[in-house]
Design a protein around this ligand. Structure first.
Ligand SMILES: [Zn+2]
Ligand SMILES: [Zn+2]
Ligand SMILES: [Zn+2]
Length: 758
C-alpha cells in the first residue's frame, strides 16, 4: 500500500497505470525500440559492433569508448580500422586449432572431437601432436554450419543446430525457441533496463515514466541513466515513487553534481510528475488551487524560466485565497505567468506587512486605505530600489482594483485602493559599454575565445544589429533578406512588440557567418529546424530555440577568460543587453538622427535613445534642431516615433528598399506586406514621394477636381465624397512637396530628410 502524504493521494494509481501502460513497455526488461530517437542515438561507428548508442562520446558505444581511451597514441582513424577487425574476432567463438577443423573449441584449444582423439593418444605434447594431425571428415557425425547469425563455426554433429559455444549459451539461457533466442541475444547486447526484480506497482510506474518520455519525444533518455535511477529506487524499498516527495528523493539519491546522476534523479522526478498528472488529469486546477505552491507545468503554463508560483509567504488565509483567485483569473486570461509571479511576490510583501500589523487573525476589514498608506511608507523605508517598489505598488494596485471590480470580497473597505502612489520614475541611466571595453571584446582573437559557435555568432549579431537577446535567440532559420541591389538585411522579429517584423542592414561578412550557422543547423537536423539557434539540450526534433541560461553562463565564462578591466584595472561585467545600448550610442555618435536610431533598433524606448542623444556633442544639437519637422498641417513638429503613420525613420528605411515604383512615387511597404490600399496609395502609410513627382500630383489634382464637378452634376454623392478625400490628400502632399527642399522626401504626408538613410 502507498502512504498518503499531505495533499497527495495515490488512490487509484495502480488501476490507472494498468489502463495506460502499453504492452511494449511492460516487459521485465525494457528494450528501447530500435527506431526510438529518445532512447537511441544511432549506432556505434565500429561496423562490426553495431550496438545502439545512448549518450555516446565520439559516436562509439560505451565499450568501444573505453577501449579508445586505453588505445594509447594510436590515431583515431587508424584505431577504428584495427578495432573493427579485433571486434569481429572477439565476437566469434574460438576455433579448434587442428588445421581445417572449424568446430568451436571446447578445451586445450581443441574441439570435442579432436580433444577426445588427443586424449586417446595419451595427451602427448600438444604442439607436436597438432603438427602431425590433419583434419579428415568424420564418417558418422559430420558437421553443419552453426545457425547463429554470422557464426562461421561448425556444429559438433548433424543433429545439432549450433556450434558448441553457442549451444552452451543457449542451454544456459533456458533453451527457448532458437529464433526467439537470437532476437533476445541481440537485444541484450544493446542498452536496456532491467526491471525484473521490482514489485508490480513500482515497476509499472517506471514503465509509465519510460512510456511518457517516449511519447513526449523531446528528451534523450539513456538506458544507463534509467538503470541508475532504478538502482536507487530498488535500494529505497518504497512501494511507489509517490511515497516520497522530490526533496526526499534528492536527499536519498544524493546525485553527484554535473554528472549523469542528475539526469537519473530528473528521471525519477519527471516520472513522479507524470504519475501525479495521471491522477489529476481530469481537473488539474482542482488539484493545484488549494496548494501553497502551484506547479504551472500541471496547468500547461510553465515556461523555460518559470515553473512554480509560491503563495506560502501569504499567511492570512483570506488574503491568500483572494490572491490565488486573482492569479487564477489572470492566468486564465493568458497573462504572462512571469508577470503573475511578480504579482504574487508583490502581494506577499503586502501580506507580510499586514500580518505583522494586525496579527494572523485579522480579516479583510483591516485593509483600510490608512493601512495601505502605512504600508507604502514602510516600503519606502525598507525597499530602497524604486523600480522594485514601483512594481510592488503597481501589482497591489491592480490586485485591489480587480477585487473591487469583481466584488470578490465584500468586507474589503471601499477605500482600499492604490491611486498614483508609485514613486516617480527615475531617468534611465546610460548603459552602453565604453569603447575601450568594446575594443577588448571585439577583436577576432577575443571573439574566437567565446565558448560556443552559436553563442559567438549571437554576440556578433548583438554587437552589429543591437537586438535584444530574446530576439536573437529566436531568430528564424531564414533570417537574411536582400534588397534589389542585393544588400543583405537581418530580418528579425521584435518579440516585445508582438512579433513585429523588423530589419537591420548586415555586412556581407556577418551574412556569410549566418550561412555557416545555417549549415551547422542542417547538419544537426537534416529535416530542418525553424530556428537559426536551436536549443542544445532536450531538442531531439529541433523544435526548441536556444535557452538564455546557457548563453548567459557562456558569456560569464568568456568575460572571465578575457579578464575585462576598466581604466582603473578593476574587473568589469557586461550583459548581453548592453550591446544594444552600445550600438544605440555608436549610431548617435555617428550623427544618425534619433528617430532613425529608434527605428533601426525597432523601438528602443525614446527615453533611452534620448539619453544617448543628450550625451552627444554640439554637432548633435545642430542635428537635433534640424530634426524639427514640418507636419502635414504646415506646422513645425517633432515627429513622434510611436506614431505608426508618421514613422519617419521607417519610411526612410523603406525608401532604401522601395520595391515598387508607382506613377506618383514609390511604395515603401516591406515586400511581404499585402497592400491594403487598392489604388491611389495616397492614404497609405508606406507611400513615399519626392519633388520629382510634383507634376504628376498636380495633374491628378486637376483630374480629381474635374471628376468631382462631373459627379456633382450627376448627383453621385459617394463618388463626390471619395474624390474629395483624394483631393484633400493631394493638396496636403503638394503643399508638403512645395515646401520640401533637395534631399527631402514626403512619407506618409510628411516631409523627411533623405540624407539620414545613408
Ligand atoms: Zn561498439
Ligand atoms: Zn576440431
Ligand atoms: Zn556458433
Amino acid at each position: 500500500m502507498t502512504t498518503p502524504r499531505g495533499l497527495e493521494t495515490t488512490a487509484g494509481l495502480l488501476e490507472r497505470l494498468m489502463e495506460v501502460v502499453r504492452p511494449e513497455f511492460r516487459g521485465e526488461i525494457f528494450f528501447p525500440p530500435a527506431d526510438s530517437r529518445v532512447f537511441v542515438q544511432g549506432v556505434c561507428r565500429i561496423p562490426s559492433c553495431g550496438i545502439a548508442l545512448s549518450f555516446a562520446s565520439r559516436r562509439l558505444c560505451q565499450g568501444h569508448y573505453q577501449r579508445w581511451k586505453k588505445a594509447g597514441d594510436l590515431g583515431f582513424e587508424e584505431w577504428i580500422v584495427l578495432e573493427g577487425e579485433a571486434t569481429r574476432q572477439r565476437s566469434l567463438p574460438h576455433e579448434c586449432e587442428v588445421r581445417e577443423c572449424r568446430r568451436a573449441m571446447k578445451g586445450y584449444g581443441l574441439c570435442n572431437r579432436h580433444g577426445a582423439s588427443w586424449a586417446r593418444y595419451g595427451r602427448p605434447d600438444r604442439e607436436a601432436w597438432l603438427a602431425r594431425t590433419t583434419y579428415s571428415p568424420p564418417r558418422a557425425s559430420h558437421e553443419r554450419d552453426c545457425e547463429f547469425p554470422a557464426c562461421p563455426r561448425w556444429t559438433d554433429g548433424p543433429e545439432m543446430a549450433l556450434c558448441r559455444a553457442h549451444y552452451e549459451r543457449w542451454r544456459y539461457a533456458g533453451r527457448m525457441p532458437l529464433a526467439q533466442w537470437f532476437v533476445h541475444v541481440e537485444r541484450l547486447r544493446n542498452p536496456h533496463v532491467r526491471l525484473h526484480d521490482l514489485g508490480g506497482q513500482i515497476r509499472l510506474e517506471i514503465q509509465y515514466g519510460l512510456q511518457r518520455r517516449h511519447e513526449l519525444g523531446s528528451q534523450h533518455t539513456s538506458p544507463r541513466v534509467v538503470t541508475k535511477a532504478v538502482g536507487w529506487i530498488r535500494d529505497s524499498g518504497v512501494h511507489s515513487l509517490m511515497d516520497w516527495d522530490d526533496t526526499e528523493w534528492r536527499r536519498f539519491c544524493r546525485p553527484k553534481p554535473a554528472n549523469y546522476d542528475t539526469l537519473s534523479l530528473a528521471f525519477i522526478k519527471d516520472t513522479r510528475f507524470q504519475l501525479h498528472a495521471l491522477l489529476i488529469d481530469a481537473d488539474p486546477w482542482a488539484d493545484q488551487f488549494p496548494r501553497d505552491t502551484w506547479d504551472l507545468k500541471h496547468l500547461g503554463l510553465n515556461t523555460s524560466d518559470l515553473r512554480h508560483l509560491r503563495f506560502a509567504d501569504i499567511t492570512l488565509p483570506w488574503l491568500k485565497d483572494l490572491v490565488k483567485r486573482w492569479c487564477r483569473w489572470r492566468l486564465s486570461r493568458e497573462l504572462n505567468p512571469s508577470t503573475v509571479a511578480i504579482d504574487v511576490r508583490s502581494c506577499s510583501r503586502l501580506a507580510q506587512y499586514l500580518a505583522h500589523a494586525v496579527g494572523e487573525q485579522g480579516g479583510p476589514a483591516e485593509l483600510t486605505r490608512e493601512r495601505i498608506e502605512a504600508w507604502l511608507a514602510h516600503l519606502q523605508a525598507t525597499v530602497p530600489d524604486p523600480t522594485t517598489r514601483s512594481s510592488a505598488i503597481h501589482s497591489v494596485s491592480a490586485f485591489l482594483k480587480d477585487v473591487h471590480r469583481n466584488a470578490w470580497q465584500p468586507e474589503l473597505p471601499r477605500n482600499a485602493f492604490i491611486y498614483d502612489d508609485a514613486p516617480k520614475r527615475s531617468h534611465p541611466q546610460p548603459r552602453f559599454i565604453p569603447e575601450h571595453l568594446m575594443r577588448q571584446m571585439e577583436t577576432p582573437q577575443a571573439l574566437a575565445q567565446f565558448p560556443s559557435c552559436d553563442g559567438r555568432l549571437i554576440v556578433e549579431i548583438l554587437i552589429a544589429c543591437g537586438l535584444r537577446l530574446k530576439d536573437a535567440r529566436t531568430l528564424p532559420f531564414d533570417c537574411v533578406v536582400r534588397d534589389n541591389d542585393s544588400n543583405p538585411y537581418l530580418a528579425w522579429l521584435n518579440r516585445k512588440m508582438g512579433d513585429r517584423p523588423a530589419f537591420f542592414p548586415l555586412s556581407e561578412e556577418l551574412a556569410a557567418k549566418i550561412v555557416t550557422q545555417q549549415k551547422a543547423v542542417l547538419d544537426r537536423f537534416p529535416a530542418g529546424s525553424p530556428w537559426l539557434f536551436p536549443a542544445i539540450h532536450s531538442n531531439i526534433d529541433g523544435s526548441k530555440y536556444a535557452s538564455p541560461k546557457r548563453l548567459r553562463q557562456q558569456l560569464e565564462r568568456w568575460l572571465d577568460d578575457l579578464s575585462l578591466v576598466d581604466e582603473l584595472g578593476r574587473p568589469v561585467r557586461v550583459t548581453f543587453h548592453q550591446f544594444r545600448h552600445t550600438l544605440g550610442t555608436r549610431l548617435i555618435n555617428a550623427d544618425v538622427p534619433q528617430t532613425v536610431v529608434q527605428a533601426l533598433l525597432d523601438h528602443m524606448s525614446p527615453q533611452m535613445t534620448a539619453v544617448y542623444a543628450r550625451l552627444h556633442n554640439e554637432t548633435l544639437r545642430e542635428h537635433w534642431k534640424n530634426a524639427l519637422k514640418i507636419n502635414a498641417e504646415g506646422e513645425p513638429a517633432l515627429i513622434s516615433a510611436e506614431h505608426p503613420l508618421a514613422d519617419a525613420a521607417w519610411a526612410k528605411l523603406s525608401m532604401v528598399r522601395a520595391k515598387v515604383t508607382l506613377p506618383n512615387g514609390y511604395c515603401g511597404a516591406p515586400v511581404q506586406t499585402d497592400c491594403e490600399y487598392a489604388n491611389p496609395c495616397l492614404d497609405c502609410r508606406f507611400f513615399i514621394t519626392t519633388v520629382d513627382f510634383l507634376d504628376q500630383h498636380r495633374r491628378q489634382r486637376d483630374d480629381t477636381t474635374r471628376m468631382i464637378a462631373d459627379a456633382e452634376q450627376a448627383g453621385l454623392r459617394r463618388v463626390v465624397e471619395k474624390n474629395t478625400r483624394t483631393l484633400n490628400k493631394l493638396d496636403t502632399i503638394i503643399d508638403a512637396l512645395e515646401s520640401a527642399e533637395d534631399g527631402q522626401i514626403v512619407a506618409g504626408g510628411k516631409v523627411e530628410d533623405l540624407d539620414a538613410v545613408g
